[in-house]
Design a protein around this ligand. Structure first.
Ligand code: GLY
Ligand code: MN
Ligand code: MN
Length: 467
């Protein structure tokens, strides 16, 4: 008997130490303290006598019985860190008592279920969430009811859940999220309370638009993964390969560095496809003389980069391609010069438009500078973070803001200019962090100049050996 116990222990020891290997999973997630600080910052900005309600994202069917990979609602993630579906967070300005707990933060999460966990993986459950995220009042969704709160003592309900029709899908058919949303909705209607989504959005614009140190550290990582993808594509492409080869190389480089997902569907357009701003088909065979516009980036722990490079497939820009490329580059440099605290969010865009308008007119591609939007139809900057087009105020630039600078020129076939410019589409997109006295280009590790791109095209990669 004793022997059996001893053997049992001996067998268990390596298992225990395996389970505790510190580097088994990434250790660089946002900390519980980060999420707690975001909830505190949100509460600070809430009006008196208010509650804010945040639902986890609904699961979405792709087809038949297969769901899309689950993506948490970014506001919910920002405030909790929880990546599981079927949950709701209630934040109160003043303490209240719910289910015998008094406080300002309450979260309801899905219960553990061994059968389901065997198919789709571990569910934390209330105890697990309490331990992992250091939240105090954690309950299971079975305990949720709209009647848990005396809504009459509250003046304002901050929530966008009524706008999200998908939350109400199939109520009463066992959908946990839909049932919670419906219960809350009927209780609110009974109390004559409406929900105020704009307050939540205004507060989150302010908070999410300024990145905290932990977020900046993740942004640096995800931008670096993306830069490695672009550099690998620069070293690998040649005529006869396909747009999807560029996508595959790019995404291999992201994934092999731990990226869980792409920040957005990868854009790899060649030839005339460079002129389609969000081209996602990626099926064409690359021809000698083509440009390839790759707008691709990784997502890591919820944060997305957004990087574009435009390269010549045969390794050398043609004279016309070089002229357009260097005009976009000059516009980007002019925009960079506007990136410092105190400038307006619109200043980099104005600088880029000015350079491109003058350049296109000098080249005779447009006859008047006010035609510039024909060939440069998009904005130059958007905030970047948990969403690729992130929340953030488009006002005075402040340290901690991260945004893109991405001018472009697109001349599709048939454009009213000399044919020699047709099928040239160029975008150069970098991710900038505003610092105390200027900016840091987080994506500077990927070459931007014609010479540096052509030099990198002469190097080998694991996908293509050069002599
Ligand atoms: N990748 C989308 C954008 O550049 O905004
Ligand atoms: Mn982009
Ligand atoms: Mn962008």
């Amino acid at each position: 008997m004793r022997l059996i116990v001893r053997i049992g222990l001996l067998l268990a020891l390596p298992l225990l130490s395996f389970a505790q290997t510190p580097d088994e999973y990434p250790a660089d997630y946002l900390s519980p303290a980060f999420h707690a600080s975001r909830r505190a910052a949100f509460r600070e900005k809430m009006p008196e006598k208010s509650v804010a309600v945040f639902f986890a994202a609904p699961q979405k069917v792709r087809n038949n019985d297969v769901n899309y990979i689950y993506a948490q609602n970014k506001n919910f993630y920002y405030l909790t860190g929880l990546e599981e579906p079927n949950a709701v967070l209630l934040l109160f300005k003043q303490p209240v008592t719910i289910l015998q707990k008094t406080g300002t933060e309450f979260i309801f999460v899905q219960s553990r279920n061994p059968q389901r966990e065997m198919w789709t993986g571990k569910i934390l459950g209330a105890a697990g969430v309490q331990e992992k995220y250091q939240l105090n009042a954690v309950f299971s969704t079975e305990q949720f009811s709209g009647k848990l709160v005396d809504w009459s003592q509250l003046d304002t309900v901050i929530s966008s859940f009524r706008n999200d029709q998908i939350l109400f899908k199939y109520p009463g058919r066992g959908d946990i999220l839909a049932n919670m949303a419906a219960s809350l909705d009927s209780a609110l209607m009974g109390a004559g309370k409406s929900a105020a989504p704009t307050i939540a959005m205004n507060i989150l614009q302010v908070l999410r638009g300024i990145k905290q140190p932990e977020e900046i550290a993740l942004m640096e990582k995800v931008v670096n993964m993306s830069v490695e993808g672009h550099n690998s594509v620069m070293r690998s492409m040649k005529p006869g390969m396909h747009e999807y080869d560029a996508q595959a190389i790019m995404e291999y480089e992201f994934k092999s560095r731990g990226s869980e997902y792409v920040g957005y569907p990868s854009i790899n357009g060649s030839g005339a496809n460079t002129c389609i701003l969000h081209y996602e088909t990626n099926q064409r065979t690359l021809q000698d003389g083509d440009l390839l516009l790759s707008d691709c980036a990784a997502e890591y722990h919820g944060y997305s980069a957004d990087v574009t490079r435009t390269i010549p497939i045969n390794g050398k820009f043609s004279p016309e391609q070089k002229i357009i490329y260097e005009l976009v580059l000059a516009a980007q440099d002019a925009a960079f010069a506007e990136c410092k605290p105190g400038k307006q969010f619109s200043d980099p865009h104005a600088a880029a438009v000015n350079v491109i308008a003058k350049g296109l007119k000098e080249l005779g591609i447009i006859s008047s500078e006010n035609q510039v939007r024909t060939y440069f139809p998009h904005g130059t900057s958007h905030h970047l973070g948990l969403d690729v087009h992130d929340m953030g105020r488009r006002a005075t630039l402040e340290p901690g803001m991260i945004f893109t600078v991405e001018p472009g020129i697109y001349i599709p076939p048939g454009s009213p200019c000399d044919k020699k410019w047709w099928s040239i589409g160029v975008r150069i997109e970098d991710d900038l962090l505003i610092t105390a006295d200027g900016y840091k280009n987080l994506s500077a590790g990927s070459p931007r100049s014609v010479e540096a791109i052509e030099k990198m095209a002469r190097q080998s990669s694991i996908f293509r050996k050069k002599k």
